[in-house]
Ligand binder design. Structure first.
Ligand code: NAI
Length: 345
């Protein structure tokens, strides 16, 4: 396990396989101090099992910090399923995954993440009650992505006001990397607020649609991080803020949905040294977990969810207050703040 992040800090890690369906899954429970570990399930083609384990451990730890900062009565966990190389039966695979979740007896609650859908979670639900993110008749729930996007949007608004000293998003140039489930909704909110969008996605059709609907400017995927913009919103995959990219970033504010954006803590220091305000991913992208957590507890309605997600705006302001006092970088301050909350509530 050399080189893996804080693996000793995880309470429990289950590697489950199912020969019949080809399931290989890793369920990582980082902390249950605040409550059962809650975090989505990623379905991904990993190069090898070590890469999958590394992803699960990093993501689970991030969920602990995210859930704590969002004041949720849940700990942090995450599951990854290694996508089988050949043909597979998706329904049977997710049924087997549901049984793996059930085997943890509620220590871990799952939901969607990259590569999984509400349909997959419906199958999981047939095998365990410890699942969320499933549409319900006459009640909020299901796909958490629009709520995640709303949380990122209000964070960008707060960052633009407090760091760029601009009252509105009118004319603010925002680069969105990845127009997936979250990035697309974010682009829509930003467009409605008058921002000028620069977008990149490996899927050319999504870029074309954003050009058409939002008047967005298309940027090559290799150039989006270095685009000449005010705000950069990474909404694709992790570790995009690294030694190679950070020196090229021209945005003054970085706030996006992607988990684990900083490759290393040192990259956060370098960004800060360059005068770039980085709003930590797990602070700004908590909207989805807020939604699935309320759905799981069957609490409130859509407006209550939105109000709770909008509180992320206040936490961004609080983070900036805190760093003024401590002199820390936002990434290190958020980490210390979240870890101080990783205790029984
Ligand atoms: P998604 O899979 O729907 O979207 C990702 C998009 O990024 C896709 O359109 C894909 O084509 C694009 N992409 C992939 N590689 C790219 C590259 N090199 N350059 C530009 N675009 C690229 O995923 P989703 O759900 O939108 O999530 C995005 C990120 O946000 C992930 O890191 C996820 O873990 C994180 N996140 C998502 C939440 C949610 O509610 N869906 C909640 C919290 C975090």
């Amino acid at each position: 396990l050399f080189g893996l992040p804080d693996q000793a800090a995880h309470e429990r890690v289950l590697f489950a396989t199912d020969e019949q369906t080809g399931l290989k899954t890793i369920l990582a429970v980082h902390s249950t101090a605040r409550g059962p570990a809650f975090g989505g399930c990623r379905f991904w083609s990993y190069g090898n099992e070590l890469a999958a384990l590394n992803d699960a451990l990093r993501l689970a730890q991030g969920m602990s910090l995210k859930n704590a900062l969002a004041n949720l009565p849940f700990g942090g966990g995450k599951a990854v399923i290694l996508k089988p190389a050949g043909e597979f039966d998706r329904t049977a695979l997710f049924a087997a995954f549901g049984r793996a979740v059930a085997s943890l007896n509620g220590a871990y609650i799952t939901a969607e993440d990259v590569g999984t859908t509400t349909g997959d979670m419906r199958i999981v639900q047939q095998h365990t009650q410890f699942v969320s993110g499933i549409p319900r008749d006459g009640a909020f729930g299901g796909d958490p992505s629009p709520k995640t996007a709303w949380g990122v949007f209000v964070s960008i608004e707060a960052g633009v006001r407090l760091h760029l000293k601009r009252d509105t998003l009118e004319g603010v140039r925002v680069a969105v990397q990845g127009l997936g489930a979250v990035g697309w909704h974010l682009a829509e909110f930003l467009h409605k607020a008058g921002a000028k969008l620069l977008v990149a996605d490996v899927d050319a059709a999504k870029v074309a649609r954003a050009q058409e609907l939002f008047g967005a400017q298309a940027v090559h995927v290799n150039e989006i991080l270095a685009a000449d913009v005010d705000v950069l919103a990474p909404c694709a995959l992790g570790a995009v803020l690294n030694a190679g990219t950070v020196p090229q970033i021209r945005a003054k504010l970085v706030a996006g949905a992607a988990n684990n954006q900083l490759a290393t803590a040192a990259d956060g220091d370098t960004l800060h040294g360059r005068g770039v305000l980085y709003l930590p991913d797990y602070l700004v992208n908590a909207g989805g977990i807020v939604s699935v957590a309320r759905e799981f507890r069957n609490e409130g309605e859509e407006s209550a969810v939105m109000a709770e997600v909008s509180q992320i705006r206040d936490r961004v302001a609080e983070l900036l207050d805190r760093i003024r006092v401590s002199g820390n970088t936002p990434a290190r301050e958020a980490d210390a703040w979240a870890r101080s909350k990783l205790v029984a509530g």
